[in-house]
Design a protein around this ligand. Structure first.
Ligand code: HSE
Length: 294
């Protein structure tokens, strides 16, 4: 049996649309073992079928390698909410790919794991940090997947503002224009370079300006009710920067000082929607196979 632990992720990080992704200290775990029939527990009944994304990802790898798809007993233990921009599907995909690798002793290389996870997800910006931890840039060009780690100064704390409503990535992508003015693109690429430096050095003086994206956030914030109010609450509590986590609906505040989580949650409790503030750090370990008894 293997126990697999995978960090949630916060993709885009403002100006890194479809490229940057950050692993955070919030985890989805599961226990998997070979069995004589598929058995899934720990998730809603609707996901206890062959369509379960962890099982589908496990099967994808074995099908691709032309190995028999042995049924599994899968027990899921995860609080990462679905369709909130915290990489819940990447966590499932990485878990399934690692389950195939471990239970069938496939000895896949890091590049092969990244390739399978990206093929299943369709883009690498969530699966790479979920698998490898830390802050990474990743991008698929034809058959090549490039990924690169970037340092994040330990003074940074990330507070996820998680609402009670979902935002499907397909809907959030549908809100984006087909093309952009040249000056918007140039501004984003300049800010991305400065953002990486601010994250590396811990110099947060202009973090808010460097996170201020023109590619996806202006179009998506209108889909996230109470965006402006939550941003104000975060900034009044000392957030040095603020951005949409992944494609939303979670919003992320970046802090450099002690976070008053209790105070934040009290302020959030006055809002129309139920928001929960989670105090997170960068996860540097990435996915771990925590326990193995066979
Ligand atoms: N980069 C993707 C998007 C992340 O923003 O649409 C979704 O997981």
């Amino acid at each position: 049996m293997v126990r697999i632990k995978v960090p949630a992720t916060s993709a885009n990080v403002g100006v890194g649309f479809d490229t940057l992704g950050l692993a955070v200290t919030f985890y989805g775990e599961c226990e998997v073992e070979l069995s004589d029939k598929l058995e899934i527990t720990g998730c809603p009944v609707a996901f206890q079928t062959e369509d379960n994304l962890i099982y589908q990802s496990y099967k994808y790898v074995l099908d691709d390698l032309k190995r028999p798809v042995t049924p599994i007993k899968l027990q899921i233990d995860s609080d990462i909410p679905f369709a909130r921009g915290l990489g819940s599907s990447a966590v499932c995909i990485v878990s399934g790919v690692l389950a195939a690798n471990e239970l069938h002793q496939l000895h896949l290389s890091q590049d092969e794991l990244v390739k399978y996870c990206t093929q299943i997800e369709g883009h690498p910006d969530n699966v790479v940090p979920a698998l490898l931890g830390g802050l990474s840039a990743s991008y698929q060009m034809n058959d090549d997947i490039f990924f690169q780690h970037y340092p994040v100064d330990e003074s940074y704390q990330f507070v996820a503002f998680v609402p009670d409503f979902t935002l499907e990535t397909s809907v959030a992508r549908g809100a984006l224009p087909e093309s952009y003015p040249l000056k918007t693109v140039v501004a984003n690429q300049a800010k991305l370079l400065f953002l990486l430096d601010a994250l590396k050095t811990g110099d947060a003086a202009n973090l808010d300006k460097f996170l201020d994206d023109g590619i996806h956030q202006p179009y998506r914030k209108t889909l996230i009710d109470e965006y402006d109010i939550v941003e104000n609450i975060a900034k009044e509590s000392g957030a040095k920067g603020f951005y949409i986590s992944g494609s939303g609906s979670t919003l992320m505040g970046v802090f450099t000082s002690q976070v008053d989580l209790k105070g934040l949650n009290i302020s959030l409790s006055t809002l129309k929607h139920k928001w929960k503030a989670l105090d997170l750090s960068v996860d540097y370990k990435g996915a771990e196979v925590c326990h193995r008894t066979i």
